[in-house]
Design a protein around this ligand. Structure first.
Ligand code: FAD
Ligand code: NAI
Length: 472
């Protein structure tokens, strides 16, 4: 007889593994099925995020930032460096080690939390007698509740499939064996900017081709403008409003034909091309037809606000469903679903999901942008504070950017916080907490912030909402 579990999670990415752990914490027998293989064919838990996403990209961003600091900024501190070079193989090996530590960490967490792990593909077999039968690698198991957390895959450019040698997805982009002389990227979204930054810092000539006429259209305009200025200064070449045509890849080289914003035909010759034009939900191998699980026209699992699918006791979370494709959004949905299965009121607040782009300067935001508030006709007050006027930023030698607060004109409730600058990824947490508790700008302005710290810029931006900054 098939081994039976209360909760079976298909997919061991940040959504899936967290859901399995939470389910187990709540007293359920829980299993997780994940098919990701490491170089030796063994399991590599953590999904896209751990293996070819969040974690390895941040490892390379750190290595390349260290390299750039040593070459460009150490001299300001009186530190002399000569013969600086980058050993790309060593950098990649370190990145792989960081990934492996995370893989092993999740395996340990499964043992600690008594989550049964099946390495292999998970696919629906049938639904019978209130149970779902699921193929879990070589075994067959059954579940009262199923959580689908099968993630997403990179979207290829039509007519230019990924070969991961020359035309790279995020996977190949994290494994380039030497610094390319000329690197092209299609799409100036999150991956385009992060990966473009890595290889530019290491010496590649980087060109990013973006279809939209505006840079980072979903980011607050003022912040996006400031970020663009910084990227231009760094030599990251971003062409907006292009129409990408044919990509020719041969032994002789790689070229991208496109028309620029003026409609003029152009050709970009590159050594490697990273295509980062978004991601598509993944249900490959899940066999949703076997149980009648409904997908939308883009292949995403259809869910309601609470991650319920069309089937009783089948839930779906993370990148495979609607909403932002972010690891922490997947995790929050995983926790909420496990709690809902337990009859609790699991909760995900979509208004307070932070976004971070880990470039230098970092870009981070939560809540509404100024353009969204204007479009919605909301009366608001805005306050900004530049890092230029922050003592800690000056000591760090990194004064690019600002913190920006948007608050309701009448109630003073914080409606959005936008940061471009040093450690924006960490600073944004204060804003998330504040918004989650529906704080006002005045609340933040009245809280004591350590001196000297970057977080004082947050306090000052909150003060700026009522035009009473103290240090600017
Ligand atoms: P995934 O992480 O994709 O995991 C799904 C898992 O399910 C995979 O292990 C897959 O092998 C497995 N699977 C799929 N189908 C089956 C099946 N039938 N049987 C068994 N197993 C199956 N987000 C952030 O929040 N911060 C970042 O800094 C960040 N950086 C990123 C950088 C890059 C380059 C990329 C590509 C993404 C990044 N993301 C980041 C996005 C983040 O990786 C995703 O939002 C997140 O991984 C989604 O989690 P998930 O659990 O839904 O799916
Ligand atoms: P994206 O959606 O962030 O950006 C894609 C960009 O490509 C857009 O600007 C779009 O206009 C452009 N584009 C689309 N088609 C195009 C075409 N044919 N020619 C030229 N430009 C085109 O997607 P990206 O960068 O691939 O990342 C996927 C997702 O992964 C992100 O949306 C995010 O959810 C997640 N991610 C998150 C990170 C983080 O949180 N720091 C880091 C990396 C990825």
């Amino acid at each position: 007889m098939a081994k039976q579990f209360d909760v079976v999670v298909i997919g061991g990415g940040p959504g899936g593994y967290i859901a399995a752990i939470r389910a187990s914490q709540l007293g359920f027998t829980a299993a997780c099925i994940d098919e990701w293989k490491n170089a030796k064919g063994g399991p590599a838990l953590g999904g896209t995020c751990t293996n070819i996403g969040c974690i390895p990209s941040k490892a390379l961003l750190q290595s390349s930032e260290n390299f750039e600091h040593a070459g460009k900024h150490f001299a300001d501190h009186g530190i002399k460096v000569s013969g600086l070079s980058i050993d790309v193989a060593k950098m990649l090996a370190r990145k792989d080690q960081v990934v492996e530590q995370n893989n092993k960490g999740i395996e340990f967490l499964f043992k600690k939390n008594k989550v049964s792990f099946f390495h292999g593909r998970g696919s629906f077999v049938k639904a019978e007698g209130g149970l779902y039968e699921i193929k879990a690698g070589e075994e067959t198991i059954s579940a009262k509740h199923v959580i689908v957390a099968t993630g997403s895959n990179a979207r290829p450019l039509p007519g230019a499939p990924f070969d991961e040698e020359n035309i790279l997805s995020n996977d190949g982009a994290l494994r380039i064996q030497g610094v390319p002389k000329k690197l092209g990227l299609i799409g100036s979204g999150v991956i385009g900017l992060e990966m473009g930054s890595v290889w530019r810092r290491l010496g590649a000539e980087v060109t990013v081709l973006e279809a939209l006429p505006t840079f980072l259209g979903t980011v607050d305009e003022q912040i996006a403008k400031e970020a663009k200025k910084a990227f231009d200064k760094q030599g990251l070449k971003i062409e907006l409003g292009v129409k990408v045509g044919e990509v020719k890849s041969s032994k002789a080289g790689l070229s991208v034909e496109y028309t620029n914003a003026k409609g003029e035909p152009q050709k970009l010759d590159v050594d490697k091309l990273i295509v980062s034009i978004g991601r598509v939900a993944n249900t490959i191998g899940l066999n949703p037809e076997a149980v009648g699980l409904k997908l939308d026209e883009r292949g995403a699992v259809i869910v309601d606000d609470e991650c319920r699918t069309n089937l009783p006791n089948v839930w779906a979370i993370g990148d495979v469903v609607r909403g932002p494709m972010l690891a922490h959004k997947a995790e929050e949905e995983g926790v909420a679903v496990a709690e809902r299965i337990a009859g609790q009121h699991g909760h995900v607040n979509f208004n307070t999901i932070p976004w971070v782009i880990y470039t230098s300067p970092e870009i981070a935001w939560v809540g509404q942008t100024e353009q969204q508030l204007k479009a919605a006709g909301v009366a608001y007050k805005a306050g900004t504070f530049p890092f230029m006027a922050n003592g800690r930023a000056r000591a760090l030698g990194d004064t690019t950017g600002m913190v920006k607060f948007l608050a309701d004109a009448k109630s003073d409730e914080i409606l959005g916080v936008h940061i471009v600058g040093p450690m924006a990824s960490e600073l944004i947490s204060e804003a998330v907490v504040a918004m989650e508790f529906r704080a006002s700008a005045e609340d933040i302005a009245r809280i004591c912030h350590a001196h000297p710290s970057l977080s004082e810029a947050t306090k000052e931006a909150a003060l700026a909402v009522d035009k009473r900054t103290l240090n600017f």
